[in-house]
Design a protein around this ligand. Structure first.
Ligand SMILES: [Zn+2]
Length: 613
């Protein structure tokens, strides 16, 4: 009850914002009837879609995604994988050759549209592989709704990535991006990205899905199962009809981006309630390789408590971790992940990442193909934040993100870094995409924490959630909040960090010891200017921190999670060197250095510290 009130409240807030300015968001309601032929791996579908145009624009076309059309030889996805060769995603290839090229004819994915009607009228449409453009009989005016009905049949593709049949872990059907899905329309226009294997975007939608499938199957899905007593796996007292070959499952979900499900005959279902929510479902095949799943409950309970407290409350009543049998990918109220795990820490790493996408992708629904650094990067940050508390490292790290900073430093040396601002699908090199989106996006928040102070970063993340949960924020919206919370100008940082591959490189150039003081000369050898946290450690191991503001922020932090700072005169970003004098003699000092927290993503940290001997 409480949870639906929270969703309603967020909905009212979103309406309020829509009236205030130019922000609006489209909405959709799907009702689908699906009849699965489990022997042939096909299904027949009928969809009724109520679509509400909340934009100020008249729409005379709409677009749908037909993702499964990508899973065949010669598709754009196949061409892309082939073109990238060994630089591409290794999971899409075998020995550098696209796995799509060898999909047998009868296992090619397909979504075959039979017809589509709008308010009863048959519509013309054009299909370019995974994108269907539909010409409307009646344009949809601002603030009005229309209803589409369509019929189609589909072939569940050979599993390549994410969706598909009979994957290597033996999951029969992983049903993701499996139905004709209306594209998102917003201020950026229609999000009609061809599917070539990466991310998704969609309007918030309600779902009411009926699935008929052979009754020995168990389904895991992101949603509420409305009839557990009629199907296998969820209710010990279930009565499955003996006179029929198929069971009928009914799933509903409210205000999610997409509905995903998986079906297998060997799935078991475990569930538990996290205090204050959500109810968590574990859906997996119980065998030697999935032993770690049995240990997950206490970690997941703590996980949701940490996430809710730091990043904002999970807004939906349930969440399902489903063994999809391949990698990990996030969907509405569920994820599909690999079942096999080395140990509980390995399993939790994956669960923590995919689970955190409920925040940075699902609730804070940024445009993933356009700004992959916002969902993958922020999610990686949340994963690091939580994993550091669930599994504190044996050797204490200076900060939870230290390993990511180190990985970034090593990657930069390769000289193949690409700017994070690029469209996700258009990175040619798979590793460059990973660093641009996951690592650069994660470090965007780490560097902001360094610049603004950890309290301001935590407050920014809170306000971002409060203002934008269940909406479609952009990077501008996030930056707007960060600047308001900190009082700092941060545009320069976002521009350098996201739009370019310029790097940070400060160092200590020179130290002069005098009778009563010590004078240190710092140098900026890099291209990205930053404020500098400078610290000294005295001979008796006391630490004193100095903050050297960079002039563009126009204000500065005086404290951080790591201590208080004495403010020094600012360092103009155009100026190469900076000199400061501290009232300690050589014999009173044991160490001087830049950034003792080691959050600064300085690419050459070796010259940042000097031991005083
Ligand atoms: Zn991710």
């Amino acid at each position: 009850m409480k949870k639906s009130v929270a969703i309603l409240f967020a909905f009212i807030i979103s309406q309020f914002h829509a009236q205030q300015g130019s922000y609006y968001q489209q909405s959709a309601k799907y009702k689908m009837d699906i009849d699965v032929n489990a022997e042939k791996f096909t299904y027949e579908g009928k969809q009724t879609l109520d679509y509400k145009n909340n934009s100020p624009d008249v729409l005379d076309v709409v677009y749908f995604h037909l993702y499964w059309n990508a899973f065949k030889p010669g598709s754009m996805m196949d061409q892309r994988v082939a073109g990238q060769g060994k630089n591409g995603d290794s999971r899409l290839q075998k020995d550098g050759i696209s796995r799509l090229a060898s999909i047998p004819k009868d296992q090619e994915g397909a979504q075959n549209i039979h017809w589509i009607r709008q308010n009863g009228k048959i519509l013309k449409y054009e299909i370019q592989e995974t994108v269907m453009k539909v010409y409307l009989a009646e344009p949809v005016k601002p603030n009005s709704s229309t209803t589409f009905i369509l019929e189609w049949d589909a072939v569940i593709p050979q599993q390549i990535r994410r969706s598909g049949r009979n994957n290597r872990e033996g999951v029969d059907m992983t049903m993701t991006q499996w139905y004709p899905k209306i594209a998102e329309y917003d201020y950026d226009g229609w999000a009609t990205f061809d599917y070539i294997g990466r991310e998704f975007h969609a309007p918030f939608s309600d779902f009411d899905v009926t699935i008929k499938i052979n009754k020995d199957y168990v389904i895991g899905a992101g949603g509420i199962l409305e009839n557990p007593a009629d199907v296998k796996g969820y209710d010990a007292n279930a009565r499955i009809r003996a006179d029929k070959n198929k069971a009928t499952w009914r799933w509903t979900a409210k205000n999610i981006l997409d509905f995903a499900w998986a079906a297998d005959r060997d799935y078991i279902i475990k569930s538990f309630e996290v205090p204050q929510g959500p109810k968590v479902f574990l859906v997996y095949q119980n065998n030697d390789k999935t032993k770690a799943w049995e240990e997950a409950q206490p970690y997941l309970t703590k996980y949701y408590q940490l996430m809710n407290a730091h990043f904002g409350k999970y807004a939906y009543p349930t969440y399902a971790f489903i063994q999809g049998g391949d990698g990990g990918m996030e969907y509405g109220m569920c994820t599909m992940i690999l079942g096999e795990a080395k140990n509980i820490e390995g399993l939790m790493g994956l669960m923590a990442h995919e689970g955190a996408h409920s925040w940075y992708q699902q609730m804070l629904a940024t445009n993933e193909p356009m700004r992959p650094w916002m969902d993958e990067g922020f999610t990686s940050y949340a994963e690091g934040y939580v994993m550091n508390q669930l599994f504190p490292p044996a050797q204490k790290l200076p900060n939870p993100f230290f390993n990511s900073i180190n990985a970034y430093r090593n990657f930069v040396k390769k000289g193949i870094e690409e700017p994070a601002v690029w469209l996700g699908d258009h990175h040619d090199n798979g590793t460059s995409y990973t660093y641009a989106s996951y690592v650069k996006g994660e470090l965007y928040l780490v560097e902001l924490g360094y610049i603004m102070g950890e309290q301001n970063l935590a407050e920014t993340l809170k306000q971002y959630y409060d203002q934008w949960a269940l909406k479609h924020p952009s990077d501008r919206d996030f930056l707007h909040i960060a600047q308001k919370v900190s009082g700092m100008d941060l545009k320069w940082f976002q521009n350098y960090w996201i739009n370019t591959t310029k790097t940070i490189d400060y160092g200590i150039k020179d130290i002069k010891y005098d009778a009563k003081s010590t004078t240190i000369t710092l140098v900026n050898n890099g291209q990205v200017p930053m404020p500098i946290d400078f610290s000294i450690m005295t001979a008796d191991k006391k630490i004193f921190n100095y903050q050297i503001p960079m002039n563009m922020t126009h204000t500065w932090k005086t404290k951080d999670a790591y201590g208080d700072f004495k403010t020094m005169p600012y360092w103009p970003w155009t100026q190469k060197e900076y000199t400061l004098t501290v009232p300690y003699t050589k014999s009173q000092l044991s160490m001087v250095g830049i950034d003792i927290s080691q959050r600064l993503a300085d690419v050459n940290p070796d010259d940042n510290f000097v031991e005083v001997k």
